[in-house]
Design a binder for this molecule. Sequence first.
Ligand SMILES: [Zn+2]
Length: 230
Amino acid sequence: MWRCLVVFALMVLCSCSARVRGPHGIVGGRAADGFFYVVPVAGGVVLVDTGEQPDGALLRELVAGRTIVAVLVTHAHHDHYAFAHALGSVPVYVGAEDIRRMRGETQHQGAIQRAQRAQNGGVDNLPPVPAGVRPVEDQQRLVLGDRAFTAIALPGHTPGSTAYLYEDVLFGGDAAMARNGALAPIDEGYSDDPAMARASLRRLTGYAFRTVMDGHTGITAMGPDAIARE
Ligand SMILES: [Zn+2]
């Protein structure tokens, strides 16, 4: 049963590519799974996640020859950062606990991920760790190019899950997704601690965002009033 569900979910998740466009010149894409976003800044672009890029073609298309100043990773699930290692020494910001996850020092604890790991002989297939990886802390303000991004820790989906606020845009990864008109974490089976993931959403109260750009839905007009009640 689990195997069928997992295979079906993978078929659905991997079956389409997409391009999306939002405010502030931001564009996004999904090649295999996991949206990534390209944010124009002085001197180039900032990427939020990289998605899964079998050959990097969609990412290159949307970057359009501009310099990649930095990558802001929302969390250490492979469908969000698997291509980051291919970007050389570009700074790659990740919540500290998720750097440990990238290095295999801790393992994903979601029910679906545990089942997948059991089928895989007890090991996770991890992408290479990006050379430029460095920790980002809760409330850290990152000035990249001429633009400021604020990191907001949302532990629970993974221990180092981090959202990034840019102008009136919230990049939520899988920790803060637009789902059926509400802002909520992804399905519980993919989260280390689903209860903590839901509780973390309260940390977004008071931030003045009007657009959510997340890991699997895409771009949605949504503000903090849409935070799902537990
Ligand atoms: Zn995830």
